[in-house]
Write a protein that binds this ligand. Structure first.
Ligand code: C2G
Length: 156
């Protein structure tokens, strides 16, 4: 009896947190389906991904253990996907803990611990600090702070 696992995500700037989750998903069953958020759906989440849907889907689809990638176009397609694909267990990282328990009448629902220390947001912030213009701003601010400290030191 094939045990089918389903999960969803944006998977932008694919990183080891995404990989660790997908590896654990693959180990939970015989078939793994991953829904990747389309660019349009992301816009609805208030997220603009750096990497296009086609490329995000290609990366996820290339990972050992992922058997099928489907587009995630809306919040409420999960139930239909579960029924259509005969999903046995629906899994998300625990930042979503409890959010999808309503699906427990059609399949098991499980949340796995996130991988700490890495996220798409942190990667974007890190890249921003490498931006030359941002570096100039930081150096100017540092100069101002240094002058202020010297000024106050002269006063004491
Ligand atoms: N994740 C993780 N560890 C991280 C970052 C992400 O385990 N350091 C997990 C998340 O918990 C999620 C999956 O990787 O289960 C994909 O994360 P995102 O790409 O951030 O997806 P998200 O924006 O949460 O979209 O309908 C559900 C949404 O599509 C989920």
């Amino acid at each position: 009896m094939t045990r089918t696992v389903l999960s969803y995500g944006t998977f932008d700037l694919f990183h080891v947190g995404h990989l660790r989750l997908i590896e654990r998903l693959a180990a939970m069953g015989d078939r793994l389906i991953v829904g990747v958020s389309t660019d349009e759906f992301n816009a609805g989440k208030g997220k603009r991904s750096v990497v296009s849907y086609d490329d995000r889907a290609a990366i996820v689809g290339a990972i050992k253990g992922v058997d099928l990638v489907i587009p995630e176009r809306s919040w409420d397609q999960k139930r239909a996907d579960i029924v259509e694909h005969g999903v046995d267990v629906f899994v998300m990282g625990d930042d979503w803990s409890g959010k999808f328990d309503d699906l427990a009448d059609v399949c098991e629902v499980t949340y796995l611990p996130r991988t700490s220390g890495v996220s798409t947001t942190e990667i974007k912030d890190l890249l921003r600090t490498l931006d030359p213009q941002h570096l100039e701003e930081m150096q100017a601010a540092l100069g101002t702070l240094t002058r202020l400290l010297e000024h106050y030191r002269d006063l004491t």
